[in-house]
Write a protein that binds this ligand. Structure first.
Ligand code: TXA
Ligand code: MG
Length: 365
């Protein structure tokens, strides 16, 4: 079976495919791209796929050699398991040893969409996918062309985010090209990702179920559709009723999840008092990027004239902020600044996923 060298001599093919909603019958260019991608997956090669969260680096999840390529191309530690993408619930159930009521309710309400459920794995799932563990993470993506690809390939797809390990996840095909370049052969480009932050990961093997990674689907939504409370990361009750963010996923997290993750190349810090901090850094001669929630504030406008400062207004709405965050970090990394400063975001449940990603991006360990 032909294998793709990790360092290819040339850049990948980048093919536009029909956008997130998809068509009942794909246009000819999309159909040709899907046929080529399905063929590559069937022969053990990797394909970059669009999803509504971030772009994924996909391999046939049932081909252990192909999955090993994912770890090599990403430089991913072997103890960090992968999410398996399915075209529907029936495919998911074939990969699970059992299908708890919690998983049934959560997926009925949230699939296709940005929810990953962790359940006990079936024997068919290779150990390399689960990093040796007895559970498997499953997700049905909302992007229709990607579900169509899974159907055409006839196999579930193991797919982590399509970036080098510890780098910022890609929310456009250009980010993938930037980060992985000639390490991949084909990128299916469906435009910018709708959510821009990775899926919510829910452990359905414990009772009550527990959020391992906050994401676009909130604890409150999950509790409502499951009909019972869910725990947040760190084993504490997820903040459903009270107006508090989920605690950072640093205590009791998914296997292989490191605290430092999603980090831009330019050092990032979060500050509740960003204006004096930015002024101080500018005073010491640094070139600064400032992600601010208050672009109209007098203190921001006073500093904005500095030629050493790039001010990036960020949305006051959590979902809109999440959609922009990685794209902003990618863009600022190209400005060759000395440091990025982000205003602290509101202490509210809607911001739990943004909180989590900002805290990982700023961690020094
Ligand atoms: O939105 C997403 O989930 C994206 C797109 C491509 O689908 N994928 C993604 O994959 O974010 P990755 O590999 O970057 O993150 C996978 C997360 C990790 O935090 C990992 O620890 C967790 O899922 N995970 C995978 N399998 C698990 C398992 N069996 N038990 C607990 N956590 C698991
Ligand atoms: Mg990732």
């Amino acid at each position: 079976m032909p294998r793709v060298p990790v360092n290819r001599p040339s850049l990948p093919a980048l093919v536009r495919v029909a956008g997130p909603s998809g068509e009942a019958v794909p246009d000819p260019a999309t159909a040709a791209a899907l046929a080529r991608a399905a063929e590559m997956l069937a022969t053990g090669q990797l394909v970059v796929i669009p999803t509504e969260t971030v772009y994924g680096l996909a391999a046939n999840a049932l081909d252990a050699d192909a999955v090993a390529l994912i770890y090599r191309v990403k430089g991913r530690p072997p103890d960090n398991p992968l999410i398996v993408h399915v075209s529907d619930t029936a495919m998911a159930r074939r990969l699970a040893a059992d299908w708890p009521e919690v998983a049934a309710r959560a997926t009925a309400a949230c699939w296709p969409g940005p929810l990953t459920v962790v359940v006990r794995k079936a024997a068919a799932v290779p150990k390399i996918v689960t990093a040796g563990g007895e559970t498997v993470a499953l997700r049905c993506p909302a992007v229709a062309v990607t579900r169509r690809l899974i159907e055409q390939a006839g196999c579930p797809l193991a797919a982590p985010s399509a970036n080098r390990s510890e780098a910022v996840s890609p929310t456009t095909a250009a980010h993938v090209l930037d980060g992985l370049g000639s390490r991949v052969g084909l990128i299916l480009d469906a435009g910018p990702c709708e959510h821009g932050l990775e899926s919510t990961v829910l452990d359905c093997t414990v009772e009550p179920p527990r959020i391992l990674r906050p994401g676009p689907i909130t604890a409150a939504t999950l509790a409502a559709v499951i009909g019972m409370p869910v725990l947040g990361p760190g084993n504490r009750a997820a903040p459903v009723a009270e107006n508090r963010p989920a605690p950072p996923a640093s205590l009791d997290r998914s296997p292989g999840q490191r605290q430092r993750h999603y980090a831009p190349r330019t050092p990032l810090e979060v500050s509740a008092e960003a204006a004096p901090r930015v002024a101080e850094l500018l005073g010491s001669g640094s070139r600064i990027g400032w992600l601010t929630l208050r672009p109209e504030a007098a203190e921001v406008r006073r500093l904005a004239d500095s030629p050493s400062l790039v001010v990036v207004p960020m949305p006051a709405d959590a979902a809109a902020y999440g959609r922009m965050l990685y794209a902003t970090l990618h863009a600022l990394d190209h400005r060759h600044l000395d440091r990025l400063v982000a205003d602290a975001v509101p202490d509210e449940t809607a911001w739990a996923a943004v909180h989590d990603r900002l805290s990982r991006a700023t961690s020094e360990i």
